[in-house]
Design a protein around this ligand. Sequence first.
Ligand code: CA
Length: 471
Amino acid sequence: MWTEPQCVAVALVLLVWVQFGEGKEERGRVWGRREDGSPKEGGRCSYTFIVPQQRLTGALCVSSRVEAANCSELAALRVEVGRQQEQLGRLRGLLEQDGGLAAEVRALRRESGDINARITQIYAQLLHDLIHKKDHALEQRRLESLLLNATAQVLQVSALNEELEKKYEALSSLVNNQSLLITRLEAQCQQTHTHPGPPQQQPKEPQSDSAAPGKTTNGIRRDQSPSLSQQDPPATRPYPPTDAPFSSYPVTKTPGPWRDCQHALESGENTSGIYLLRPLNANRLVQAWCEQNHAQGGWTVIQRRQDGSVNFFRTWDQYKHGFGNLNGEYWLGLEHLYWLSTQAEYRLQVALEDWQGRHVFAEYDRFRLEPESDWYRLRLGQYHGNAGDSLSWHNNKAFTTLDRDKDAYTGNCAHYQKGGWWYHMCAHSNLNGVWYRGGHYRSRYQDGVYWAQFHGGSYSLKKATMMIKPI
Ligand SMILES: [Ca+2]
């Protein structure tokens, strides 16, 4: 059992613990100690100390002799308290520093927030620009699509225009032929009923024809071969009819058909005019103009330009079968040319006339065409003449028309030069171009009737004739 002084000491210590348990600085007094901590027998000792909470936990032993406690312990306690106050001061300093750091962190956070807001704004701007560019690309694609559609429509209209032009030309040719036929019929009627003289524009009609006026009709079949006519009615003739674009202008000679104009000449037909021909091995008839008075005669005219009355901007099929008017401008036809030029060896003469009346010619000692399977490729011999050689460059070249491109150029030469020819890339000559009046012409393309060695490519000739004759 504790004695009374022991109980008092315990109560005193507990009181101190209760009052200073929170670690606060307090002052108190203990009986038996002086103010400076030195022992004072029978008196009281004042003290100053801090009692940390942790230091007062656990069992507490107090000496039963309070009076025996000396002030040296109190001084040690004071030193300890002073040391702890210093630590507390340092801690306060650190706390103030922490407060400064916290303010700095808050400022940094605000700044970071501003930067984030700015980044969000820039991102939104970039997104907007991106969407705008995408819209621009879509608009561009839409415009391109519109342009393509417009181009396709232009091409369609162009094709339609070409088709209409072809129909117009065919109708014009038909009307022209009809007019010639009417004129011829009127002349023949006048000759039969009033004037027994030679017919108008009929070059040296043979006596046999004038002696039998009833037979001089416009029917080419009746004119060409009376014997055939007597044996077979026209509808059952073994020969196919000639091509539609040609006129039914009556042939000037009664016998025939001939292999070519040289054959007709050798048969005594020495008058220039329209003759009916049938090449060897060819089951076809063809009408052609025979030039029997030029350069010893016997020339079969295969092409002629003289007044621009016929459009030569034609299709492959038309160039194949021929077109135009036999007594004017015409193209004999590639298929006929092929059959004619392969039955014997031929030479070609190109006769040209400019707008000052100057005549020149170019002659090639061989002329032949390959069949259609080889695009009527041109085979030429040696040149001589005074026009200049503007066709040898086209030797061994295929024929090209606006609808069949066989030339070496990336585009279609016939499209630019407006006529079929044996184009290379493209031409030193083109006698099937546009007939311009007056010589020098202005055009976007070199599309006149020209022979480069004679007046160059921008001079459209007044007259051009291509004709062949056996060697
Ligand atoms: Ca081409």
